[in-house]
Design a protein around this ligand. Structure first.
Ligand code: ZN
Length: 448
């Protein structure tokens, strides 16, 4: 690994200074423009230590971790991913820690935060206290038990990073925090003259087990994935990767909690360290108000008798609440909000109360129209009108019976959607899924 060299520290400070210098004028759009690279970059970061101030370091990696030094030992925040990086991150901590590891705060049970936990078993056995949200064990079960199912989904989205091979159990999901922190009951401790407050929001960020670590004297807040990958962004209230919906009302409460603290620094796992009380207040307020807006508009639309599809199309953030949708996406959050409120039955057709799927009669439709090529021809009329989504719906009817014409029309429709996604919101997951669909069609076509 690279040593925490002076130039790295300078680069980091310079980056912060540039960020701060522009903070007042940075619009969401400016942040949006570099989103695709950023989310990609965040998944291939090398291990590198950078100071945040004179006693806190960020140890960069696919999942970053933080080291907080005091004169009576050190505190870790998060543990990175379970990979070769664990050893490099641990080595960096060894070089920079001014004393034994006394506490290990794991912000939530995601693999890029808790994955490196087993590398610290020795320190835990020697008395380091593993601190987590009381929902850590619950969220770990939700990821661990359906893992084969989830891996098939992850593989579509991250084909080079997630293999379909069987893997040994992930021990960090069976490790239970020695100290479980509950909402409304902060865990406060003092170490070497530094005060620490561990706060458990009801449902903070990417999972019900998100916790925050607050250093009141230096006004640094460690947020794990409360803010997701980018900053500021519309939160990922539904990740298409697959996970339980994240509750918008609880998220608003968690952001209010952050605003009450008035942090000067947000030690953010997946993005730059964010600095500046005023900028943080303004950007967190915008995120909170944007989520509240989407909630309000969804409820209003439901009460007015709109369909979920209409609301996915119509609800847009107003100009003053614009945020990056590079990770979280408003239309998907609208649907998640709807389903949090009402569940999966839309009162659209009683057929959905039973087990026969819409696809059960697709073969009949193909036969009735005289073959899949007729669907492709009609799909092309939609493509000509600039309506690739209608084209995709038609072509879906031919799934399993694709002809060359169907595949070529589909490729054209999906290419159009990819171009729109890239020049529009640049949502990382949307682009990833569209590209996976495109690869599948090309593969099928190559086999014809
Ligand atoms: Zn993360």
């Amino acid at each position: 690994m690279r040593q925490p060299a002076l130039d790295a520290a300078l680069v980091s400070l310079l980056a912060c200074a540039l960020w701060l210098g522009n903070a007042g004028e940075i619009s969401a759009r400016k942040v949006e423009s570099d989103v695709p690279q950023r989310v990609d970059d965040l998944q291939s970061l090398e291990v590198k230590a950078e100071p945040i101030n004179d006693f806190i370091y960020k140890i960069e990696g696919e999942g970053a971790m933080f080291l907080i030094n005091t004169r009576e030992g050190s505190v870790l925040v998060d543990t990175g991913v379970a990979s070769e990086q664990s050893a490099d991150q641990k080595q960096a901590v060894r070089e920079l820690a001014t004393g034994p590891i006394r506490k290990i705060v794991v912000t939530h049970a995601h693999a890029d935060h808790a994955g490196g936990l087993p590398a610290w078993q020795e320190e835990i056995d020697a008395g380091a206290e593993f601190i987590g949200h009381h929902r850590y064990a619950y969220m770990a079960r939700l990821q661990d038990e359906p893992l084969p199912y989830f891996k098939r989904r992850f593989h579509v989205l991250y084909p080079t990073r997630v293999s379909l091979e069987d893997e040994p159990p992930r021990p960090y999901w069976n490790m239970r925090p020695a100290r479980e922190v509950y909402p409304g009951s902060d865990y406060e401790f003092e170490l070497g003259g530094v005060r620490f407050v561990v706060i458990a929001p009801e449902n903070g960020g990417e999972g019900e087990d998100g916790i925050l670590l607050w250093l009141p004297e230096s006004r640094v807040l460690f947020t794990g994935d409360l803010f997701g990958t980018l900053y500021p962004m519309f939160p990922n209230l539904y990740t298409v990767r697959g996970e339980k919906y994240r509750d918008p009302l609880d998220y608003v409460d968690a952001l209010d909690l952050v605003l009450e603290l008035k942090p000067e620094v947000i030690a953010h796992t997946h993005f730059r360290v964010i600095e500046g009380e005023e900028y943080i207040r303004e950007s967190v307020t915008r995120m909170r108000d944007a989520v509240q807006y989407v909630w309000d508009e969804t409820v209003k639309g439901m009460n007015a008798g709109k369909t979920v599809w209409e609301l996915m199309r119509d609800i847009q953030l107003p100009e003053h609440l614009q945020l990056s949708q590079g990770h979280g996406k408003v239309s998907w959050s609208v649907r998640a909000t709807w389903e949090i409120i009402a569940g999966w039955y839309y009162y659209d057709t009683i057929a959905n109360l039973y087990h026969v799927p819409p696809t059960a009669i697709h073969r009949d439709v193909v036969e009735m129209v005289g073959g899949a090529d007729a669907l492709a021809a009609r799909a092309r009329t939609y493509l000509a009108k600039g309506q690739p989504l209608e084209a995709i719906r038609l072509l879906d009817i031919a799934a399993g019976n694709e002809t060359k014409a169907v595949l070529n029309a589909r490729i054209e429709a999906v290419e159009k959607l990819i171009a729109e996604a890239k020049s529009g919101l640049s949502n990382y997951s949307e682009i990833g899924l569209l590209e996976a669909d495109l690869r599948a069609s090309r593969q099928l076509l190559a086999g014809r």
